[in-house]
Ligand binder design. Structure first.
Ligand code: G4P
Ligand code: NA
Ligand code: NA
Length: 193
């Protein structure tokens, strides 16, 4: 997605050799007009699929999921990362390992909001090691729902997540794939779209 590439080149900053900071439009301040274009692009890519629900994970996935949902006319469900007394007792849970925090955490979705009739599109801002997405996939499987695919805004192609999910049979559609952040230079993979 050319518009997104240009935005990343203008405003993205490389930190610690392998982290792309995009706080000015995706992870802190939100560029709503760009997010609208991102939503339209996901709709275009998954137009043939009969999606009835979008699943994401708090926090950064929510904005993308909500804007995109307006083009699909479906509800958004977001998995919760923090335990809350107000969450339903009946939940699907999955353990996720975080490389950055070097520990496991649980993600949860109430059994009320996902079931076997659902045809689900997962959306997220970043795909790095893919553990969070595998957790969402696990929850979808527990619910006997159907996973249509995963729409990702920025895939870090030099980390394992994309391969892990694709080898698992998941359709992963990333708007941009970054092959390298070495020496502070952002290198995109050539893509058809
Ligand atoms: P992973 O297995 O899901 O890839 O997780 P990992 O622990 O490696 O990543 C931790 C968090 O950092 C995730 O957000 C992930 O989206 C984000 N992340 C990974 N690489 C980058 C990057 O290069 N740039 C930016 N901006 N983010 C990156 P999170 O902590 O789960 O959540 P959220 O609350 O921000 O959504
Ligand atoms: Na995220
Ligand atoms: Na994030």
């Amino acid at each position: 997605m050319e518009l997104l590439k240009q935005k990343i080149l203008r405003e993205g900053r490389v930190e610690n050799g392998d982290i792309l900071k995009v706080d000015s439009f995706l992870n802190h301040q939100l560029d709503i007009e760009l997010l609208n274009e991102i939503g339209k692009e996901f709709k275009k890519r998954f137009a043939e699929e009969n999606i009835n629900k979008i699943l994401t994970i708090e926090a950064s996935g929510i904005a993308i999921a909500c804007i995109t949902a307006q083009y699909f006319h479906v509800p958004v469900v977001f998995a919760k990362k923090t335990e809350s007394r107000n969450l339903d007792k009946e939940t699907y849970e999955s353990n996720v390992y975080s490389y950055t925090k070097e520990k496991n955490y649980k993600i949860r979705v109430s059994k009320r909001y996902i079931d076997k009739r659902d045809n689900i599109l997962i959306l997220d801002d970043f795909l790095a090691n893919g553990k969070a997405l595998l957790g969402l996939k696990d929850i979808i499987e527990q619910a006997n729902a159907n996973l249509v695919g995963a729409g990702i805004v920025i895939e870090k192609g030099f980390q394992k997540g994309g391969d892990l999910l694709r080898n698992d049979g998941v359709r992963v559609d990333s708007l941009v794939i970054i092959d390298s952040l070495e020496n502070g230079r952002i290198e995109f993979r050539e893509q058809r779209n």
